[in-house]
Design a protein around this ligand. Sequence first.
Ligand SMILES: [Zn+2]
Length: 232
Amino acid sequence: MLILWVLAFLLPLGVLAAIVCYAVAAPASQWLGRTRVRGNPAAGTIALTFDDGPGEATPLILEILRKADVRATFFLCGQNVERFPEHARRIAEEGHEIGNHTHSHPYFLWKTPGKIAWEIDRAQEVIVSRTGHRPRLFRPPYGLRWFGLFPILHGRELTAVMWSVSGRDCRLPATGIADHILRKVNGGSIILLHDGCPPGERGDRRQTAAALEEIVRALSERYRFVTVSEMF
Ligand SMILES: [Zn+2]
C-alpha cells in the first residue's frame, strides 16, 4: 500500500520535472517565450553562429569567413569582449552580426530576474562601447531559458535565438565536426559553433577553425549563408 502512495506522489513530480526540463533546456522549446530556432527551409539559407567569443581562435575564424565572403553571427560574452576588444571590433568591422551571450556566461537556473537582467545589460554596455554595435539578438548560456528571462528580453527588444544543428565542436575533432554538420544541415538551419570559451574556462577552438573551411566549402555549393537577422 505504501508503495502505491509513494508512486502516486512521485509520478506527478516526475512529469512536472520533465515538463520544466523541456521548457527550459530543449533547443526547440517555445514554452517560456518565443525563440528563433531555424529559418524557412524553402529559402535555401543557413546561418553560422559562433558563441562564447571573442577568443584566441576568433581571428583565424574571421579570416576563413572573409576569404569565403561569408557573413556569420557572433554571440559575444561581455567579459571576453573586455579581454579581446580588437577581435570584437574586427567582427563588427567585417560585417558580421553581433548578439548578446551575457557578461559572464552564468547558468540561469534559479537566478533572479535582477541577476539575469544585470548579465544582459552589462554585456550590452560592453559590446556597444567596444564595437559600436547594439545587439538585437540574445542567446542564453548553455541554452537555458529560465523563468523571468523573456520579459527582460522583451523590454530590451532582444530576440532569443537557439539553434537547429549543434556542431558539437567542444567535443569532436575537426573532421568529426564537419562530418556531423554536413550530415545534419538542411535549408533554414542555424548552426551552433564556438570561437571562444566562457570567461574563466580554458579551451581551444582550433578544431572549430580547422573544420570551418570544409563546412563553408561544402555548404556554399547548396545554400546561401546569411546572418540570423537576415534569415528572419
Ligand atoms: Zn555559451
